[in-house]
Design a protein around this ligand. Structure first.
Ligand SMILES: [Zn+2]
Length: 254
């Protein structure tokens, strides 16, 4: 069973408080864990209080989905929000198999060996990474001096344009790692490259032969994009500073 936990910012129409629909004791403790984590972030970064947070707890037996997150910039269509799919050891294993580079970078930034990375710490990292994106947007775009005369839509456009430019320079241009993994799970690398002669030639020069090699190269390049680096570093420095409290919270959630 997968369940959703939602936090809507104050004043949002749907609900002004976290929505609880936990049924089991385990689910209650997971929600408490997320709430504590969120409160720790807000205590230090009150400017992130209005971020809409949606958490999906994956079924511990789910073999399909791995631990992941996403961040939406606010515009007239969308509120500023974060989505996180949280999981257990099986979902961490899946993340390690699919995106080994991302998991290794996370472990390295936190300062632990990848084999010592638990699902709790990785969930926390993903959670904080998305808050890092939100912090970057609020600080460097929304509250920037040069944004004063701009509408929310215009600010969102600036952010999207910059992000799109960096994505266009990736080994497989204009694709995130997750999208590439998804695509290459449905077709072979050979098939995929048939319609992309320029990319194909570039991969040959870089001596990238297998789908996993291409995914790893894409992931490494993706993680060195300025926005992703910022979010990773935000997460790692938060974890390093607050490790005792984070461990205490996660132990309570077991
Ligand atoms: Zn990111």
């Amino acid at each position: 069973m997968s369940r959703e936990y939602l936090f809507h910012p104050p004043g949002a129409e749907t609900s002004a408080k976290p929505k609880f629909d936990a049924e089991t004791e385990e689910e209650h403790s997971h929600e408490k864990w997320i709430e504590n984590l969120r409160e720790r972030v807000i205590a230090i970064y009150p400017e992130l209080e209005d971020i809409d947070l949606s958490v999906l707890f994956l079924d511990p037996k789910n073999h399909e989905q791995d631990i992941r997150g996403s961040h939406m910039v606010p515009d007239s269509e969308e509120t500023h929000g974060i989505n996180i799919d949280m999981g257990g050891e099986l979902q961490l294993k899946l993340a390690k198999a699919k995106r080994p580079v991302s998991v290794e970078i996370a472990a390295k930034l936190i300062g632990i060996a990848p084999e010592h990375l638990t699902s709790e710490v990785f969930n926390t990292f993903v959670f904080l990474h998305e808050y890092g994106h939100a912090h970057d947007f609020v600080t460097h775009y929304q509250n920037a001096e040069e944004s004063k005369s701009l509408s929310t839509n215009q600010i969102a456009d600036i952010w999207r344009n910059e992000y799109t430019q960096y994505r266009s320079k990736l080994p497989i241009p204009n694709m995130g790692t997750s999208e590439l993994i998804e695509t290459l799970s449905k077709q072979s690398l050979l098939e995929f490259l048939k319609t992309r002669p320029v990319t194909s030639a570039r991969l040959k020069t870089a001596n990238l032969k297998t789908a996993q090699e291409v995914i790893n190269a894409q992931d490494a390049a993706y993680r060195s994009m300025p926005a992703e680096k910022y979010a990773d570093e935000f997460a790692a420095s938060f974890i390093k500073k607050h490790l005792p409290e984070i461990v205490e919270d996660t132990e309570k959630s077991r």
